[in-house]
Design a protein around this ligand. Structure first.
Ligand code: SF4
Length: 398
């Protein structure tokens, strides 16, 4: 059996993973596709006799014509398509062209698929939709166990799938990805998940739709993975791409102690994303000692009412305290802010802009509130008639 795993071409070097569906230009770089690498790792381990081809067209900067030609010439039996909400139209067009020129089955995954799989499996381009965490459901499809959890196709809806024991998964196949470079230093970097899941219910975020239960890899598993990244792949800049990396404070402290005792704190520079209400002075101290350089926080708004209306569950004071704790230990900070959330007005947006300056963080990133299908924010926006789903989409060619 020949399997083609493809991160198809997209305008602007689109990152497709989960909550970070942004164009490369938003961060001056595309993010390494961690979930995609996880699928490659799972197939490599579970199906060693099958021929697997991995095409990360975003990382290789491959255009659509070249991607199509390479995909067709491989003659896959199964094509696994990475998709995202902003790219779904071009993703489906790509799938359509493959279907018209080959007999391969197409399996799609991604946040849009999670929300709209019912419509997608009615289309002729998509044979299987994978819901939530993709590694195990994809292996099930490949192994002929299609009627399982996490898989949907015409006549079958297996519902969502969530891994219970993360250490059962193999390491993502980072070695099969093209090199990605950290924008500030130009060094090779990689996104690593120390855990998965977020129990919060921010109405604009895709995570609560799929991963409500926080789970972690053991520190032993993570250390082995870090040693592999550093010693064999030469990657020394790492982003912990967890939803809330410090949700389990004890786990983060245990990980920091291991990074220090095994000498990796001297070899790697790492960053992580977390919430301001799961960060404090003690954590900042351990993290700094363990090689952490920067922490990124979702402050979202400088207006408490806007935070509350969008169910962020943090206070302005907690945001200030988190930045203070990071600064106390010499950690840099990135702040994420969203303009246009529920309740936002020109006045509160100005308040957010001032808040971003007053926090004295190192970097501030502003996003436009985006209603992703399947989310509470989407439903409110639609119900109020603020979204024209039939609006003409104007796109530059890929
Ligand atoms: S805290 Fe909110 S924004 Fe962050 S991952 Fe969880 S649900 Fe998403």
């Amino acid at each position: 059996m020949k399997i083609l795993l493809i991160n198809p071409p997209a305008r602007g070097g689109q990152s497709r993973d989960g909550r970070c569906q942004t164009e490369g230009s938003a961060w001056i770089t595309s993010f390494p596709p961690t979930t995609f690498a996880g699928i490659a790792g799972a197939i490599r381990r579970s199906c060693p006799d099958y021929q697997l081809k991995v095409m990360d067209c975003i990382g290789c900067d491959m255009d659509k014509d070249e991607a199509f030609e390479k995909a067709i010439s491989f003659s896959a039996d199964l094509l696994i398509l990475n998709t995202s909400t902003p790219t779904i139209i071009s993703d489906l067009e790509f799938a359509q062209e493959i279907k018209e020129s080959s007999s391969c089955k197409i399996l799609a995954y991604g946040a849009y698929v999670d929300a709209k799989y019912g419509e997608l499996i009615d289309k002729e381009q998509i044979d299987y939709a994978i819901l939530s965490e993709p590694e195990t459901p994809i292996i099930n499809v490949i192994s002929g166990k299609e009627r399982s959890k996490g898989v949907a196709f015409k006549g079958w809806d297996g519902g969502k799938w969530m891994e219970k024991e993360l250490d059962d998964l193999p390491f993502p196949a980072y070695d099969l990805l093209p090199p990605y470079y950290y924008p500030l230093s130009g060094e090779r970097w990689m996104f690593v998940r120390t855990g998965r899941g977020c129990p919060y219910k921010c109405i604009y975020c895709t995570e609560p739709m799929n991963f409500p239960t926080p789970r972690y890899h053991s520190v032993k598993y993570l250390m082995k993975q870090f040693h592999w990244l550093v010693d064999e792949l030469g990657i020394r800049t790492i982003m912990f791409w967890d939803e809330v990396a410090t949700y389990d404070k004890g786990h983060m402290i245990e990980l920091c102690k291991a990074l220090i005792s095994e000498g990796l704190s001297e070899k790697i520079k790492w960053f992580c994303t977390t919430r301001v209400d799961h960060f404090d002075d003690e954590l900042a101290g351990y993290m700094k000692q363990a090689g952490c350089r920067m922490v990124t926080f979702g402050f979202e708004s400088g207006d408490q009412k806007v935070l509350d209306m969008n169910k962020k569950g943090i206070t302005i004071e907690q945001s200030k305290d988190a930045v203070k704790a990071a600064k106390n230990h010499g950690l840099m900070t990135i702040g994420h802010f969203i303009i246009g959330l529920l309740g936002d007005t020109p006045q509160t947006a100005r308040k957010t802009s001032k808040f971003a300056r007053d926090l004295r963080i190192n970097f501030a990133q502003f996003y436009i509130a985006t209603p992703f299908p399947g989310l509470e924010f989407f439903k409110i926006v639609s119900a109020n008639g603020w979204l024209d789903e039939k609006a003409k989409v104007i796109r530059a060619p890929l």
